[in-house]
Design a protein around this ligand. Sequence first.
Ligand code: ADP
Ligand code: SF4
Length: 704
Amino acid sequence: MPLDPSSRLKSRYDILFEPLAIGPVTAKNRFYQVPHCNGGGYRDPSAVAEMRRVKAEGGWGVVFTEQVEIHQTSEISPFIELRLWDDKDMPMLAKMADAIHSHDALAGIELTYSGINGPNLYSKEVPRAPTAGPILTFTSDPVSAQAMDKDDIRDVRRWYVNAAKRSKACGYDLICLYGAHGFGIIQHFLSRTTNKRSDEYGGSLENRSRFMKELVEDIRDAVGDSMGLTIRLSLDEAFDELSFSNSELRECIDMHSDLPDLWDLAHGTWEDCSATSRFKDEAAQEALITGIKELTSRPVVGVGRFTSPDTMVRQIKSGIMDFIGAARPSIADPFLPTKIAENRFEDIRECIGCNMCVTGDMTMSISRCTQNPSFMEEWRKGWHPELKPAKGDSQSVLIVGSGPAGLEAARMLGGRGYDVAVAEAKSELGGRVAKERLLPNLAAWGRVMDYRLGQIEPLANVSIYRESELTADDVLAFGFEHVCIATGSHWRRDGTARHVLIPVAIDAQMPVFTPDDIMAGHMPSGHVVVYDDDHYYMGGVMAEKLVGLGCTVTLITPATMASEWTTNTLEQGIIQKTLLEMGVDIITTRKLASVGRDHVNMSCIYTGKEQSTAADAVLMVTARDGDDALWQDLKQRQPEWQDAGISSIKIIGDAAAPAPIAWATYAGHSYAMNMDEKPAGDDPVFRREVTGLDPTPISDIRKG
Ligand code: ADP
Ligand code: SF4
């Protein structure tokens, strides 16, 4: 019988689109956006709501908020997650639930009492925890929690019930009780590391899980059976020998098998759970979660930076989990479910596992995504991850440079309908990511160019010219209406960056390298000093690369630890561990003083005291300079632009100001979205919300 092309063949991915019940509510498919932060929190509620709405629009069956604090006695300032302390917080949370419902997703809220993890810097209340002790935060705040007595436990249970009732009134379908990543009090009760009580809430696993059980019963009584109740636990706390281990977790689920409507399982610490692609592959938690489904009749969700539909199907078919949990893959591509449903696999914008999104939370700014520049700009700028506004009045754009900035500009301008030419000096496209993807464990960086080239390829109105190094004469001769200079950057060689601002004396006989040399295949040998005053990933990656080549490596940095800024990407610990285990000698708090013929002189950043170390070569991981010569030439010749038919020339990305890859894709996106738009003037270029003032006069507030 001839194949009828109009009849849709049964797809092997159909299993991902089966509806599935979570207690009294039913998700339309198995795509489950687990709670994740976004650096917006209570400061930017409409931005967060719109971001969640776009996930629902993209096909996620379940969409959760980030953690929501239930009471002021347990808050995690300076971090800005959501709050549900009283009725005043309800409108913003109701707005999120409405946004999620607008596309038939189930709306979930993650309720959190932070216990030993809440320093209360803002509320000034005394923190409370199952057992007294110093607060366990990223920032090592010098405060302690008081041990909860029975009255305190009753209070916390009541606060959870209050928050659950408010969640219901806000319209949520699901409540998640957070007990993972070391961040929620349920875990603090479960773990013998943080629970040393001798009453009925401590000791045996049955006792340690009593609080969790009571909480579920209280909330069920309060919100009836209209909401699904989930528990999020750590798969393996892995802190010390008393930690809530994977085997104890299994015992716990066996003991309380049908207590919640769903078990949501995440790895131990947040660092473990959200590991970068540099250190963990997709589905890295499989061994820890396999077999847990057999202990319960309730559905199970897990995470694993799932971007491959085949891996997702395998997780379901082999009975590892029922829902595909995702935070980062849903950030990089909010339309991942829709694209799988429509067999548009080539359109999937895969997460590269860089954790730039996490840095928005860690720095309390607002999150960015390297792959999806519209993340958290859905409301602030009206950007949408899939939609492209129709083109404006002008017609042609020349983009010089095919790095992340140039390719993103070309993808968006081409999609909008402009005639675009991309000129690239080299035979190879991709700029920095084409080179960095070849460095140890950075292969996923290549997805930045693969996705964009794949999207540009079918566009007849975008032409790419390789081996086309343009000069100002070339640009002026072509006659494009707009010119975008995205020519990238290069690493400096003179030791200057942050702690050294004047070039250091360098003996001409000492071979000095930069990351550009290494990526171009010019390698040092022997004992190499890597001097890192950049502090992001490159210093550590270079050290790894050199060890791999057989070099002896000393890494010197003015910071107190290797790759210091990677604390924000949750990688610093594993980077330092990896380098130490590879035999890299790490010297901290020393800045470069001078470079001799066969040694490097450094000075203590506190005392200025100098010391030296022998070296056969030095690799400078310091500042980068923008490659802006073409821009400078064109700027000098601005009077010629009009005759050449040029309306605008702009410089973007690393050429303008070197920064991480996420800044370059953002710059390219922004350039393309602003094409033919009116200049913004002096006002902010994005929408923002400002705290509403309380009209109560001070005379009504003052005590005494
Ligand atoms: P960004 O991160 O800002 O996109 P990259 O360094 O990744 O910057 O990419 C810049 C690209 O621009 C490189 O591939 C480089 O070869 C190319 N380039 C630099 N100068 C010129 C030029 N004059 N003409 C064409 N291409 C250029
Ligand atoms: Fe993935 Fe990086 Fe985007 Fe985060 S910032 S979602 S890790 S690509």
